[in-house]
Design a protein around this ligand. Structure first.
Ligand SMILES: Nc1nc2c(c(=O)[nH]1)N[C@H]1C(S)=C(S)[C@@H](COP(=O)(O)O)O[C@H]1N2
Ligand SMILES: [Mo]
Length: 351
């Protein structure tokens, strides 16, 4: 398996080889990458972050201005809302992520709330739009007219949470061009399309933003009072992934193996992980490894005695979060080509 796995060259999309999981932190060189357009070339000396819209005092800040503000670090898992798409049958459109459309890093920067307080958010504010410097044309129908910037909004209440960060360091290193240099958002606990890279403009808005990346794309139909309405994808759902053994691997019969992986639940802690060897009819608890870290994936392992008879076997892992929400066996069709959190089958050959 190449390291990382190239899913697309232009724009660059790289998958983290999930079987390399060996700790909480994903090394920067292996962290997955999802770009929609070419990486913008940004000169950090001339770069400015604009804060405008429904604020008392519009701002235009340098990177040094931002670095002089109180710093905050948190460890958080990012997951693309399309992660695991390859497991869906029949196939749906979009990047064919296997297990590695997710990775974990320690992020250092400032709270978005501190910046918004500096600008003075007006009482009429409803949302905060985060705009990236990257720009391009969407190629798939239905497409918006002309080139657009990657942009997403947050409801004002979310934007004011202290754990929504604007970061310039990833795992203690300067943020790289691929991951959003010089400044990106980290919306911990939300699918990663919310964590806008190459930030250039923050607009405090009095209305709800209807941009492409939260209406046509990265949105889903939610049934409200009998009407399906288009809702932007937001919080991450509970999920477990198996890092070892690999799908289609052959294992010896009557052998002691440790199944291991990670599980995450966005803003919530993982309460338990279970393993099934019979398609979900019965489940046995796995062991959670290490201290729980809110927003970061939870490592887990399971001491397995492989079956005594040769043949085919399918392993499933299932996580449950601290509120009791757990994973379904099937994909919810209302979510179409995003938010896959059904239990992923790892089919093995026992020899
Ligand atoms: N400006 C900008 N921000 C972006 C994107 C993008 O294409 N442009 N992709 C989003 C998506 S869909 C994902 S999954 C994450 C990926 O972050 P990473 O490449 O650092 O792993 O960035 C998000 N932020
Ligand atoms: Mo994504």
């Amino acid at each position: 398996m190449s390291d990382p796995i190239v899913l697309s060259d232009d724009p660059e999309v790289l998958e983290y080889p999930f079987n390399r999981l060996d700790g909480l932190i994903t090394p920067n060189g292996r962290f997955y990458v999802r770009n929609h357009f070419a990486v913008p070339e940004i000169d950090s000396d001339s770069w400015r972050l604009k804060v405008e819209g429904a604020v008392d005092k519009p701002l235009e800040l340098t990177l040094d201005d931002i670095k002089s503000m109180p710093t905050r670090t948190l460890t958080s898992t990012l997951e693309c809302a399309g992660n695991n798409r390859i497991f869906l049958t029949p196939p749906v459109k979009g990047v064919k992520w296997e297990l590695g459309g997710a990775s974990t890093a320690a992020w250092t920067g400032i709270s978005l709330a501190d910046l918004l307080n500096l600008a003075g958010v007006q009482a009429t504010a409803a949302e905060v739009i985060l705009e990236g410097a990257d720009c391009g044309e969407v190629k798939e129908e239905p497409k918006p007219p002309g080139p657009i910037h990657f942009a997403r909004s947050l409801p004002i209440a979310k934007a004011m949470e202290k754990d929504v960060l604007l970061i310039y360091q990833m795992n203690g290193e300067q943020l790289s061009a691929k991951h959003g240099f010089p400044l990106r958002a980290i919306v911990a606990g939300w699918y990663a399309m919310a964590s806008v890279k190459w930030l250039s403009r923050i607009i405090v808005s009095e209305t709800s933003f209807g941009g492409y990346f939260q209406t046509t794309d990265y949105a889903f139909w939610q049934r409200q009072d009998g009407h399906p309405v288009r809702v932007p994808i937001s919080r991450m759902l509970v999920k477990a992934e198996i890092a070892y053994p690999l799908p289609n691997q052959t294992v010896e019969r009557n052998c002691r193996l440790t199944i291991n992986g990670a599980a995450w639940a966005g803003e919530r802690l993982v309460a338990k992980v279970e393993i099934s060897q019979d398609g979900g009819a019965s489940w046995s608890p796995a062991k959670l490894v290490g201290e729980p870290v809110r927003y970061a994936w939870q490592l887990w392992e399971y001491a397995w005695l492989t079956p005594s008879a040769p043949g085919k076997i399918t392993l499933l892992a299932r996580a449950t979060d601290e509120t009791g929400e757990t994973q379904p066996l099937e994909h919810d069709p209302d979510r179409e080509n995003y938010m896959f959190n059904f239990c992923l089958p790892v089919r093995l050959e026992v020899r």
